[in-house]
Structures are given as structure tokens and as C-alpha cells.
Design a protein around this ligand. Structure first.
Ligand SMILES: Cc1ncc(COP(=O)(O)O)c(C=O)c1O
Length: 395
């Protein structure tokens, strides 16, 4: 029903920064709306034999989800529509649910902490084997895949985040995906940090890409939403079935807002990435900073891989101030423009000390601050950070 993101007769595919604007629009008809309508209806008129599609009951599908799902597919390079979920974690749960009870989940030790918790729950309740790996060490991950595949059970899932949350490690995703597929694993990439503008893991052979839409895609810190995109019809049907049966669905209003937010994704990401790289460079020589992590820095362990695999280096920074945990807490208390808050990917810059959560991985340093760079003026962000770093006690 909606306009195609890529004109079939065009001389070349549209740039992703155009696709975010054009995808998921209603068909161009005189008098028709430019934007998809927000439809608030829990059910659809029907009788007798149920209709073939999803428009029967709004836990199965709605015409407000479809434009966003089509836009996501266009951005991730899938021919099948994406699947929107009630949160990023709900999308992750749907993918984890594909792992058989005697299978394994191999995942980064610094995966988003709630995903780690979910994997541990599957281990405790269903016997799934959970193997935490250091994704910077490609050979060690392949060894772990080999070992987990050769065990008593079946291979299960290679779950990747790259860059990782919150350590910003960059994986050699194409190599790991290929190694996992060769050994019979399902492969999934949480693409929240990179966004579809930064990398497209389906093109590297990943079976499914997951997003916390809450973050960059929606971009305004006003919705909680998730999505999964796959080009495998059987896997899509399984994820769709999970969503319907577990009721892991999104409200139409949130999805409508997310599509509106998506329209400016390219502008927001371009701006916040540039500012993140500038701040990383300045912070790397700041006297009150012990360590800064951002793949844009030539000395960063992820720099070579990110330069080779990603378009841009992302908008999240890792920062360890001189003075340890107390200095980190003081910095969070001292900033005025940066917002002390969890989450990331909004237009506003925010920061937090990740180990304030007991559930954060123990290998994340106590004093690590995760900074999410927004779209404010770079010099304003720098001035606030610099002042708070130099004299947190007088702020
Ligand atoms: C990388 C990553 N994946 C998934 C999630 C979970 O998404 P949601 O909060 O939308 O459930 C988060 C949330 O912080 C995240 O940072």
C-alpha cells in the first residue's frame, strides 16, 4: 500500500538519508495524506473464515505498524517487512526464544545487561548454555562457537552487539557471522548503537537484526519500542508468532511517533557522531580524564574494525575520569547541560555510571561513564563537560 522506498526505475538506489524520509509513505493519490494515518482500533470488521493477513485483531498487526516495518526493512536491506515489538528487550526475547533448550547462546560478555540477564534466565529455567565471550578476540569467539557446537546439545545462537554497550568494543561481525553459520548457529546482531545508517548486518549474512527503537531510530526519548528485521520467511514467521502469542506488541501511537522520529535519523546521527568524535579527541588529552573509549580515536582498539566495517563511529562515548568511582559520580552530579539519565540515542546528551546497576557485567569498570551525545551545539557540550571535569566540587 505504501510508496516504495527505492524507485524501481531510478538510475541508482536512494541514499539511506533519503530512504529515512521517503520509506513508509502512503501511496501518492490526489487528496491522500502525506503521512500514514494513526489508526486506533483494537479490532477489524470480519466474519466467517478469518482473513489471510494480520488485519483481524490488533495484536497480530495494524496498519500503523506496517509503514514503520517497511521503512526498517528498506534501511536494513531486507525484502520482508520488519517486525515492531513493544520494546527492544521484547524483540531480543523473541530471538532468544528460537534457541532450543539444549542449545547454546554465545554472546559478548558486555552485551546490554538486560539481554545478559535474559540469557541467564533461559539457562536457569530451560538449560540453555550461555557462553560469554570477548568479542574483540575473534579467534577466541570462534573457538567458543566450535566448543559450544560440539557439546551434547545443538548449536543455538550467536548474538552480537557491535559496538557493545557500554564498553564500545567492535567485533569483526562478518567473520564471526560466517564462522557461526558454518557451525549451524542462528546469527543475530543488535544494531542499536550503529543504527542502520552505520552498518547492515543482514548484508554480512546475519539472520536477523534487532533494534531498541527507543534509542536512535525514534530519537526523542519519548517512546519505548523494539524491532527485528530478517529476510528469512520461516524465521520471520516464528518471530511474528512469538510476538502475537506473547503479546509483545507496541501501541500504534508509539510506532507512529517512531516513524516521525525516523525521518530525521540521518541528520541526527550525522550531527551527534561528528560531535562525539570531536569530544572524544578533546577528552583524550584532558588532564582529568584517565581513559576515553570511542572507535573514532586512532588508538582505540575498535578503530581499525570500525573504519573498515562501519559508516561513522557512533555517538556513544566511554569515559573514565581520573579519581575513580567518586570522580565519576561527582562528574554526573556536576554537569548542567548533559542530563544524568539512563538510556541513549535521544536528541539530548546524557550520561551515567553504568556500574550503578548491580546487574551490569562485573568486568565493566566501576568508574566507567557512558555518554550519549545528542544534537546540541558541540561547544556547549564541551564547555559543560570541561567545567564539570575540572571543578566538580564548585559546580
Ligand atoms: C544495545 C541495546 N539493546 C537493547 C536494549 C533494550 O531496549 P529497550 O530498552 O527498548 O527494551 C537497550 C536498552 O538500553 C540497548 O542499549
Amino acid at each position: 500500500m505504501t510508496s516504495p522506498a527505492l524507485p524501481a526505475d531510478g538510475p541508482r538506489p536512494l541514499d539511506p538519508s533519503t530512504v529515512v524520509v521517503t520509506a513508509g509513505r502512503p501511496a501518492r493519490v490526489p487528496g491522500g495524506p502525506l503521512n500514514p494515518p494513526l489508526v486506533l482500533s483494537s479490532t477489524y470488521v470480519s466474519q466467517g473464515e478469518p482473513p489471510a493477513g494480520d488485519l483481524l485483531y490488533a495484536r497480530m498487526g495494524t496498519e500503523t505498524w506496517s509503514p514503520f516495518e517497511e521503512a526498517l526493512a528498506a534501511l536494513e536491506g531486507a525484502t520482508l517487512p520488519g517486525l515492531v515489538f513493544g520494546s527492544g528487550l521484547a524483540a531480543i526475547a523473541a530471538v532468544f526464544a528460537q534457541v532450543p533448550d539444549d542449545g547454546a547462546i554465545v554472546l559478548p560478555r558486555h552485551t546490554y545487561q538486560a539481554a545478559l540477564g535474559l540469557a541467564d534466565e533461559l539457562a536457569a529455567r530451560h538449560g540453555v548454555r550461555v557462553v560469554r565471550v570477548d568479542i574483540e578476540d575473534t579467534a577466541a569467539v570462534i573457538d567458543a562457537l566450535e566448543a559450544a557446537a560440539g557439546g551434547a546439545g545443538r548449536p543455538g545462537l550467536l548474538w552480537l552487539e557491535s559496538p557493545t554497550n557500554p564498553m564500545l568494543e567492535v567485533a569483526d561481525v562478518p567473520v564471526l557471522v560466517e564462522a557461526a553459520r558454518e557451525r549451524g548457529y542462528l546469527t543475530a546482531v543488535d544494531n542499536t548503537f550503529a543504527t542502520p545508517l552505520g552498518q547492515n548486518p543482514l548484508a554480512w549474512g546475519a539472520d536477523v537484526v534487532v533494534h531498541s527503537v527507543t534509542k536512535y531510530l525514534a530519537g526523542h526519548s519519548d517512546v519505548v519500542l523494539g524491532a527485528a528485521v530478517t529476510d528469512d520467511p520461516a524465521l520471520r514467521a516464528a518471530l511474528h508468532g512469538y510476538r502475537t502469542q506473547h503479546g509483545a506488541i507496541a501501541g500504534p501511537s508509539e510506532v507512529w511517533l517512531a516513524l516521525r522520529g525516523l525521518r530525521t535519523l540521518a541528520l541526527r546521527v550525522e550531527r551527534s557522531q561528528a560531535t562525539a568524535a570531536l569530544l572524544a579527541e578533546r577528552l583524550s588529552t584532558h588532564p582529568a580524564v584517565a581513559e576515553v573509549r570511542h572507535p573514532s580515536l586512532p588508538g582505540d582498539p575498535g578503530h581499525e574494525r570500525a573504519s573498515r566495517l562501519m559508516r561513522g563511529y557512533g555517538s556513544v562515548l566511554g569515559l573514565r575520569p581520573v579519581g575513580g568511582r567518586e570522580a565519576a559520580d561527582a562528574l554526573v552530579a556536576a554537569v548542567r547541560l548533559w542530563v544524568p539519565a539512563t538510556s541513549l540515542g535521544g536528541v539530548e546528551s546524557s550520561l551515567e555510571r553504568r556500574r550503578r546497576f548491580a546487574t551490569e557485567a562485573p568486568t565493566v569498570p566501576e568508574d566507567l561513564l557512558r555518554l550519549s551525545v545528542g544534537i546540541e551545539a558541540a561547544e556547549d557540550l564541551w564547555a559543560d563537560l570541561d567545567r564539570a571535569l575540572r571543578a566538580p566540587e564548585v559546580s
